[in-house]
Design a protein around this ligand. Structure first.
Ligand SMILES: Cc1cc2nc3c(=O)[nH]c(=O)nc-3n(C[C@H](O)[C@H](O)[C@H](O)COP(=O)(O)OP(=O)(O)OC[C@H]3O[C@@H](n4cnc5c(N)ncnc54)[C@H](O)[C@@H]3O)c2cc1C
Length: 378
């Protein structure tokens, strides 16, 4: 039977699932030192980093359940090195720092964050393949070597092997991190902001007013609040994913663009970019194309059933880079948004940047890269 939802929640323990709905009581009139709005991976890691940095009382609010947005539907790959072929070097450096911070969290968070270290193998079926760029740490494999790692390929292919990348179940990471947060209120929406001079003095929520010392908006796309006029262009890009039934095939980690080996002999595939599709519905033709693509490369997968199929939306700014900035014109409000296709990877390093900025007044290096005003609006 195919389930129309992401696999991630079903992999959690009952305790982890309960954390995703954590609601620590009445927050009306609260005066936290730091209020974080948004319970996706960016909000949860930011709240954790602020608490870790000793910034005082930290309160996280989320309108639904934790991980209800892009985070809960992501593939969860933490693969900076392959992005050398697609992203500018400073951004790849940021992503590398992201993976290092995930490794730190795996050590420091009670029970770990569920980080799985694994290799990445890019199949390069075209003659030009990846040859135009020669990143560090890549081992080029001839078709015989690829066939040893992946028997049964429909045709010979060269490959590019990069060791020690990683993945997480994004909801497990959210649950493990959120379990250690001082205060969480799910089911609470931020709706308005009251500003006096250059400071946010209160945030109006569905559960009453909150008067924070500082506030961080981590709402996926830029927040839409009465009293907080932000003009930062953004859109969202839908993606579909599938998880197969258990198969006899064991992939050597993440095989791009084919699939990733996950628990119980299942394969995770997809991550389409369905530009212009704004419908929240799973599109069967896209699912069929993902499954057909798998079987075209590995014919033994022909007819393998689909256990899970789902879609979700990546938040994006026009230049595909996130915003990590103070809210223009405000001294005690920050935002991070538009993490597009690498928000899981980049969350812990973004959180570290924000907590240091709040604690010590230090903006990130190359602040213009992440600035909210780089698009020309206020
Ligand atoms: C198909 C797909 C595959 C992906 N694969 C990967 C991958 O392999 N690796 C990777 O690094 N990234 C991946 N991503 C990208 C990643 O999912 C996102 O970049 C990341 O989840 C964004 O996190 P976020 O916390 O900013 O947003 P979200 O997860 O959307 O969280 C924002 C939260 O804020 C809440 N919120 C919004 N407004 C309010 C309000 N007013 N008050 C209270 N709460 C509010 C929302 O309910 C939501 O829960 C993928 C995305 C998709 C769609």
């Amino acid at each position: 039977m195919t389930l129309n939802r992401a696999i991630w929640r079903d992999q959690l323990t009952p305790q982890e699932r309960a954390v995703l709905g954590r609601a620590d009581g009445d927050i009306a009139g609260a005066t936290p030192d730091v209020l974080v709005v948004g319970g996706g991976i960016l909000g949860v890691t930011t709240a954790a980093a602020c608490a870790e940095a000793g910034l005082g009382d930290v309160l996280l609010i989320e309108t639904g359940r934790l991980g209800a947005g892009a985070t809960g539907g992501a593939t969860g790959l933490l693969i900076p090195e392959p992005h050398q072929w697609s992203d500018p070097e400073p951004f790849v450096d940021f992503e590398r720092a992201g993976l290092e911070r995930w490794r730190d969290l795996q050590e420091s968070v009670r029970g770990g964050v569920g980080l799985v270290e694994l290799d990445w193998l890019g199949l390069a079926p075209h003659d030009s393949g990846y040859a135009a760029h020669q990143p560090k740490d890549v081992q080029w494999l001839n078709p015989g070597q690829v066939a040893e790692l992946i028997p049964g390929l429909a045709r010979p292919m060269e490959g590019a092997l990069i060791r020690r990348q990683a993945r997480v179940n994004p909801l497990r990471a959210v649950a493990r991190l959120a379990a250690g947060l001082p205060a969480v209120a799910t089911g609470v929406a931020a709706m308005s902001a009251q500003v006096s001079g250059d400071r946010v003095v209160s945030i109006g929520t569905s559960a009453g007013e909150i008067m924070p010392g500082a506030v961080v908006f981590a709402t996926g796309r830029p927040p839409v609040l009465d009293g907080l006029p932000l003009r930062i262009p953004s859109d969202r890009v839908k993606g579909h994913l599938i998880v197969t039934e258990r198969t006899d095939i064991t992939l050597p980690g993440i095989v791009a663009p084919l699939a990733t080996q996950i628990e119980n002999g299942q394969l995770l595939a997809g991550g389409t970019f369905d530009l212009g599709d704004e419908s929240p519905a799973v599109q069967q033709d896209v699912i069929d194309a993902i499954a057909g693509g798998l079987a075209a490369v590995l014919p033994s997968l022909h007819g393998v059933g689909i256990a899970y199929q789902w879609c979700c939306f990546r938040p994006r700014h026009p230049d595909r880079r996130p915003v990590i900035d103070r809210v223009p014109g405000l001294a005690n409000a920050w935002l991070t948004s538009g993490h597009f296709r690498t928000g899981i990877l980049n969350a812990p390093v973004t959180a570290a940047v924000l907590s240091r900025w709040i604690a010590a007044g230090l903006p990130p290096a190359q602040a213009h890269t992440w600035s909210a005003t780089r698009f020309g609006g206020r």
